[in-house]
Design a protein around this ligand. Sequence first.
Ligand code: ATP
Ligand code: MG
Length: 472
Amino acid sequence: MHQIGKKIDSEIFHVVGNVADTLGRECYIVGGYVRDLFLNRHSKDIDFVTVGSGIEVATSVAQQFGRKAYLNVFKNFGTAQVKFRGIELEFVGARRESYRRDSRKPIVEDGTLDDDLSRRDFTINAMALCVNQNRFGELVDKYDGVGDLERGLIRTPLDPDITFSDDPLRMMRAIRFATQLEFTIFDETFDAITRNAQRIEIISKERVMDELMKIMASRRPSIGWELLSKCGLLKLIFPQLAALKGVETVNGRGHKDNFYHTLEVLDNVAAKSDNVWLRWTALLHDIAKPVTKRWDEKIGWTFHNHNFIGAKMIPRIFREMKFPLNEKMKYVQKLVELHMRPIALVEDEVTDSAVRRLLFDAGDDIDDLMLLCNADITSKNPEKVRRVLENFAIVRRKLVEIEEKDRIRNFQPPVSGEEIMEIFGLSPSREVGLIKDSIKDAILEGIIPNERDAALEYMHKTAHSMGLSPIK
Ligand code: ATP
Ligand code: MG
């Protein structure tokens, strides 16, 4: 038995092997599960390939497991799934595939184990472990997947031009695995991605997005984005991000390359937070720099209002990317819009009212905003970095202090609109809004504390100055 065979020496695999023996079928664990055994990563989905029908094996396996097992048969696909103790076992007969140029849906025929392994995307995903009792734990590794795992290489089993042209999603998968596993894409494989990039057109946005999400959830998402840019896929799947790349120079003065700056910010955020939407915010925070870029004779390069324009660009990007258009989008929009605020704050004097306004606008997302803003400091000038970080510490201290005192984070007006209407006998009108806003502004400016009595007193003063008096 191969060393790796010991890792599958458990009841489930023996049951499957015995069932396959009884039916006279060869049966193998394949793909991601085998790869992950070598990498000591744990996966709950186990794919089996049988030579001949997989549905029969699955049906028998489900019977063996008894009442606690659930069987799902997908006749059209020739596959079946058994769910047992929170694990999903997927069975399929070995297949051979041939492709037409206009679709990633192949013509499928029954095939041998070799046919089946050779149609798989990468050598590290093309290994099989036999579960039949007389060969239990025997590794079939025709394309040296083990060697590539040791070398840290993503490589196609067959001619990469054919592999990628047949199913262009594999280009995204190559880059996703390179990012997740921190592996290198084999030169010839990468060159083929570059040559076939245009073929990504036939892949649905949703599929592309699934891969991007996995890239974003990785330890260093920048690896994926940089590869996407290098091979030419980025400008096809995400042109607005590709536009960040490059440096323009006027009179010998260039600006920083906003693509690489963005990737640095993204990795900085990823090192501190698993929140994928905060990671997307980092990726998108400067998205409007290309469209707002101007050369000014006096100041040099400017990207005026890129935070506001960027926030405005988000809904369209989300729609194009088939992202959810819900509160996640609002969160990204809000943080993109606010991403300069904490830093702008430290450049002037850090006043209490400015801190209060920041707390009011950011609400519960203040900590995420501060994390983003901190990650955005990528200057190579140590003196500048030191000064900004020092001021940042002051802002953080003030944020805590003021939040304790004034509780602005989840600001609820101490006097409601209904109350104002009742006290002054008003119907819903502009005046009610004006009074309410004046109370809010007075609190944010520190004119009055965030307390009900003070707010009521201030309300009466404001109403009086507007010529209103209470009806009782
Ligand atoms: P993960 O589950 O971590 O995303 P995986 O490698 O298990 O990674 P799956 O999508 O679960 O990916 O696919 C299981 C196996 O099926 C892969 O390991 C690979 O052998 C094969 N496979 C999946 N998608 C493709 C594809 N587009 N082209 C060729 N083979 C594929
Ligand atoms: Mg899988």
